[in-house]
Design a protein around this ligand. Structure first.
Ligand SMILES: Cc1cc2nc3c(=O)[nH]c(=O)nc-3n(C[C@H](O)[C@H](O)[C@H](O)COP(=O)(O)OP(=O)(O)OC[C@H]3O[C@@H](n4cnc5c(N)ncnc54)[C@H](O)[C@@H]3O)c2cc1C
Length: 337
């Protein structure tokens, strides 16, 4: 049976029996925010205003508490009735395809590289701190990286972890030099700073998940009503904490700032917190009801953190998350993108 899906701003489309909402929208020329298409990153989270959906397999980026609050993941949801969906799209800068020039490539840590790009065709790039860019590779596939900087003219900073065997992060990145051009689409994503949310802020990252949280922290520095901010950053070893010496100085510009690095494979010389970052947060915060929480990095951390924090009172409407899952290239090459 065909169901009708209406987006609150006016667009509407049909979804076939067994078809997921995102695929149905794209089949009819409607582009909805999405990234991994596997239920792991959370970019396609949408408010289900009316109707019912089901999932063939439970998506890791969606917790039961979020479902109770009316959220769904468009890349995995199948319509069980006609649906009305709400997106915050109107507030986003329309993404555009641009030629970007590499202006800096520098090692930040053994496996993490800083890449700066400028967008010569733009005088000023507007985006929400926390959003990301897609780098297109010329075969219909792309790779996604979050901006590590708030809007600053036409330049963006990226922090990229090398994935062993990764086509872009190992192959392309190894030869990337200032002056090279990349084909990018920017700005993208639904994970971003919410200035209207004035609760105390918990920023929780693993690995290069710090990147969009740095952008958000810098936006908070400009916020006259900056709430208290605590940043928890999980890594394996101390050598990977590539912003460790810079972060404490953020406290000079933030209101009541706390920084807690947490290492899961620290050697004996580490005197700081050990274990998984989400557990360190849960040791320090008994009740999450009054916080806004921004989670970014490994999908496993995000799944565990959501379960823990929601059980302790976190409000799904104030819990923002983005998992750094990798792209499903088979879907892209099959022409679904
Ligand atoms: C919204 C979003 C934002 C992101 N932002 C950042 C960022 O700011 N910095 C950053 O370093 N990364 C980020 N990522 C992850 C990044 O997109 C991937 O690491 C990247 O696409 C890998 O590309 P590749 O061509 O090197 O690897 P591929 O050639 O695509 O993959 C090779 C193999 O490596 C594995 N793999 C690939 N990526 C990952 C991964 N992330 N984790 C575990 N295994 C992987 C898979 O098994 C894959 O088959 C983000 C991801 C998303 C969805």
């Amino acid at each position: 049976m065909t169901r009708r899906v209406a987006i609150e701003d006016g667009a509407a489309f049909d979804v076939r029996e067994g078809e997921v909402v995102l695929d149905a929208a794209e089949r009819q020329g409607i582009v909805l925010p999405s990234e991994c298409r596997a239920g792991n990153c959370g970019t396609c989270r949408v408010k289900l205003v009316e109707g019912r959906v089901s999932y063939a397999a439970w998506p890791s980026a969606l917790s039961p508490a979020e479902v109770d609050c009316g959220f769904a993941l468009a890349c995995q949801a199948r319509a069980e009735s006609d649906l009305v969906l709400r997106y915050e799209r109107a507030a986003y800068t329309e993404p555009s395809r641009q030629s970007a020039m590499v202006t800096d490539v520098a090692a930040l840590a053994p496996d993490i590289v800083h890449v700066q790009l400028i967008l010569p065709e733009l005088e000023r790039l507007e985006y929400r701190p926390g959003q990301h860019v897609n780098v297109h590779l010329g075969d219909g596939s792309h790779r996604t990286f979050s901006m590590a900087s708030p809007p600053q003219g036409n330049a963006i900073d990226l922090h990229i972890r090398r994935i062993p065997g990764g086509r872009f992060t190992e192959g392309v990145l190894a030869g990337l030099q200032p002056g090279d051009m990349l084909d990018v689409e920017i700005p993208l994503g639904t994970f971003h700073y919410h200035p209207e949310d004035e609760r105390p802020v918990l920023l929780v990252a693993t690995g290069t998940g710090i990147s969009p949280l740095k952008s958000i922290a810098q936006a908070l520095m400009e916020d006259r009503d900056c709430p208290p901010v605590a940043l928890y950053w999980g890594m394996r070893a101390a050598a990977e904490l590539y912003l460790h010496h810079e972060i404490p100085a953020w406290g000079e510009k933030l209101f009541e700032f706390a920084y807690v690095p947490v290492l899961s494979r620290a050697d004996a010389s580490w005197s700081g917190r050990r274990g998984h970052v989400q557990h360190a947060v849960a040791e320090d915060v008994r009740d999450f009801a009054d916080y806004s929480v921004y989670l970014c990095g490994s999908p496993n951390m995000i799944r565990d953190a959501k379960a823990l924090f929601l059980e302790r009172g976190a409000d799904p409407a104030h819990l923002y998350a983005e998992g750094f899952s990798f792209q499903r290239h088979e879907a892209l090459t099959a022409g679904v993108s």
